[in-house]
Design a protein around this ligand. Structure first.
Ligand code: ADP
Ligand code: MG
Length: 696
């Protein structure tokens, strides 16, 4: 299994093995993401042109593509070279003109001899009421007319790759495509009326009409399923490996949890209790936990995670919680420590800022087991950080990890359990695609008594009104965030924008009332700024998006977002989630710079309409597509060539079930179907899966 099956060699040969493709063309193909002949198979047409034969151009309403037989009339060369060359032609009903710019007269007289008949196909347009066809796509003798397809597929092209070249290359690769063993469950395939793999490829590249281009076309669905299935098989293999590995049994005594719950000023929600039980169940089992905790902003994920960490401690071990940023790690420390102290649990922090003897002392304490719970940034997983008995790793996630990274993380403690928390909800189909190797718990209930956040959008020209509003709010003891955007994609420029706004607001609202944090600040200064805000010394915190994730200041009830039209929906939702956490009525003001794009208008409207993170996530997916929502490059989510997570979400679900079932029925992938699935993994470049199988 560690080498590619021979049957696939022709599909993974160099592109230059294709007729007419040299180094230059190959390079142009690379520009389209096409690296091997295989990729051409999965580059599907996105459009098509109707070229059915008609008697006359009058049968269509111009502008439209038409194919007709004509008799060639007179040639009308231009009087000046800059004008076009014209040729009069007559079909069954009417006379019209073919138009050529920068014409080669010799070529035209050869191919369009006056008095003869030709079949031509191209786009007719009306010019001053007269039909004309500029540069026909086809000019053929009547006997050659069969070369024109009734419906011609259109592909994404690039400089150096013409439509003809694309069609020709794809045709060659289609001829190379072998008959492969079937990896799809036969019952399912029959029920869906799906063709075999090779036949499906032929069908998608020879569409008979627009319906054949739709994601609902059976051959397309089959190929999409193949991609999803290969991906889910990779995730299922990763999952099987984790589950095969011996887990630790961490049984809760409840002692520490009871003490902490008694010290809490509130009661856990039903959802917190339920997800807590799911996690405790995993931890008590001998299997390794690999669980995702999904919940909207403010749903109280931290408490759930902390209870799980306490189970690790109750069982005599340690826990670690990794946050995406320094600020968040500190905040976790500050919120957890007082609670932990009531139960005499030692919580410590480790970040990149720890140096020298202090760091060494922490590492020692960790190794001895004197620190029970470690919070920090990714520094907690660096080399040299050794635990006495790590039983649970919690990842409070901003940058989404790929499967491989998650596995690495689990490897740190021998057999320790892993709990990943998402920063924002993601649509179900994406959750399946990205976290298919994990079990999922959903926090679908917010702590009680939260008032909805009032959200309004207004042009930045009304800035003064906003400042007036803030002045009043501050005098009533409220606090506000003021977020400055990433406009220039440059931290320096953004810093300047934030500093200018800071200076302005200070002048308006008073020196002591306004603070500033941004990504370029010295860490200690940044922390101090956050701390002042948290303590209520500062009333307005001007910030770049460093506050985006997780920061929790319940007294802050106003969120102003400048140039809100530049932010994505998920980000806006995250930011708004910073307010509405206390008893006071909160507001979110989205300031924009007109004119708004269509997308900008829609995003702001969605924000005004709903606070439901799951709904916002679905809208986001619809507007942006899957790759952008997750950020494909850093997500470990493969690029799907055919599969479309928006329109084929249900297929992903089936693919996950099938993949898991196949591995239960045939863990070594040695049955006929199992062996076919191995070929599929190679075909789909699932290196991770292949490694997992090879290692066994
Ligand atoms: P997130 O899910 O966004 O990480 P947090 O864990 O930061 O949410 O919790 C948000 C806020 O809700 C915090 O101030 C926390 O103390 C509070 N909180 C958490 N659980 C409850 C609860 N059951 N009842 C009331 N407030 C709660
Ligand atoms: Mg959080």
């Amino acid at each position: 299994m560690s080498t590619r099956p021979e049957i696939l060699f022709p599909l993974f040969a160099s592109l230059e093995t294709l007729g007419g493709v040299g180094a230059k063309t190959a390079k142009a193909f690379n520009g389209l993401g096409i690296e091997a002949p295989r990729d051409l198979l999965f580059s599907l047409p996105y459009t098509g042109t109707d070229r059915r034969f008609r008697a006359s151009v009058e049968e269509v309403r111009a502008p439209a593509t038409v194919t007709v037989e004509v008799e060639i009339g007179r040639h009308i060369p231009p009087k000046v070279r800059s004008r076009p060359y014209r040729v009069e032609v007559t079909d069954a009903l009417t006379t019209f003109q073919l138009v050529f710019f920068h014409a080669n007269e010799a070529w035209l007289t050869r191919h369009l001899p006056t008095g003869q008949r030709r079949v031509i196909s191209g786009k007719v347009e009306l010019f001053d009421g007269i039909a004309q066809m500029v540069h026909p796509d086809y000019i053929l003798r009547p006997v050659e007319a069969g070369q024109i397809p009734d419906y011609e597929p259109g592909y994404h092209l690039t400089a150096g790759i013409s439509a003809r070249a694309m069609v020709k290359s794809i045709g060659e690769v289609l001829a190379r495509a072998p008959v492969l063993g079937e990896w799809i469950d036969p019952e399912f395939k029959k029920r869906e009326h799906w063709p075999d793999w090779q036949a499906a490829l032929a069908m998608v590249h020879a569409p008979k009409g627009p319906d054949d281009l739709s994601p609902a076309f059976p051959a397309r669905r089959r190929l999409a399923y193949d991609e999803f299935f290969a991906h889910q098989l990779t995730l299922a293999l990763a999952r099987a490996k984790v589950r095969r590995g011996k887990g630790r049994v961490s049984r809760e005594s409840g002692d520490l949890q009871q003490k902490v719950l008694a010290a809490l000023p509130y009661k856990p929600t039903g959802a917190q209790l339920r997800t807590g039980r799911e996690i405790a169940g995993d931890m008590a089992s001998g299997k390794r936990m690999n669980r995702l905790l999904q919940g909207d902003v403010g749903s109280g994920k931290t408490l759930v995670a902390f209870m799980a960490l306490l189970i690790a401690v109750e069982a005599g071990g340690q826990g670690v919680m990794m946050a995406p940023t320094e600020i968040l790690a500190r905040q976790h420390l500050e919120s957890l420590r007082p609670l932990a102290e009531t139960a005499e649990v030692v919580v410590e922090i480790l970040t990149g800022r720890d140096k020298g003897s202090e760091r060494a002392a922490k590492l020692d304490a960790l190794k001895r087991g004197d620190i029970h719970v470690l919070v920090g940034t990714h520094a907690v997983f660096q080399k040299g950080v050794d635990f006495h008995d790590l039983r649970l790793a919690v990842v409070d996630e901003q940058h989404r990890f790929g499967v491989a990274q998650r596995m690495e993380l689990g490897a740190k403690g021998t057999a320790s359990d892993v709990l990943v928390m998402t920063a924002t909800p993601i649509p179900r189909s994406l959750a399946l695609a990205q976290y298919g190797d994990m079990d999922v718990s959903v926090l679908d209930e917010k702590p009680p008594g939260r008032l909805p956040v009032k959200t309004a959008s207004m042009p930045v020209a009304r800035l003064e009104e906003v400042v007036e509003h803030l002045r009043r709010a501050i005098s009533e003891g409220r606090q506000a965030y003021w977020v400055c955007p990433l406009v220039e994609e440059s931290e320096v420029v953004d810093k300047i924008a934030a500093e200018e706004r800071f200076a302005y607001l200070r002048a308006e609202l008073g020196e002591g009332a306004v603070g500033l944090v941004h990504g370029q600040m010295q860490p200690a200064t940044k922390d101090a700024g956050m701390a002042d805000f948290q303590a209520g010394k500062i009333r307005v915190l001007v910030a770049t998006t460093v506050i985006e994730v997780g920061v929790d200041v319940p007294n802050a009830s106003i969120m102003v977002i400048e140039r809100a039209e530049h932010f994505g929906l998920a980000q806006l939702h995250q930011l708004r989630g910073r307010v509405g956490r206390g008893a006071a009525q909160s507001t979110c003001l989205l300031l924009y710079q007109p004119p708004l794009t269509e997308g900008g208008t829609k995003r702001l409207a969605v924000m005004r309409e709903t606070e439901d993170g799951f709904r916002i996530a679905e809208e986001d997916l619809e507007m942006r597509g899957a790759g952008d929502v997750i950020g494909t490059t850093q997500s470990g989510l493969p690029k799907f060539w055919v599969g479309d997570l928006e329109h084929q979400a249900a297929l992903m679900e089936v693919a996950q079930k099938d993949a898991r079932k196949l591995l239960v029925d045939d863990p070594e992938l040695t049955s006929d179907r199992g062996r076919a699935a191995r070929v599929l993994l190679w075909l789909m470049r699932q290196d991770e899966a292949i490694r997992l199988i090879s290692v066994g």
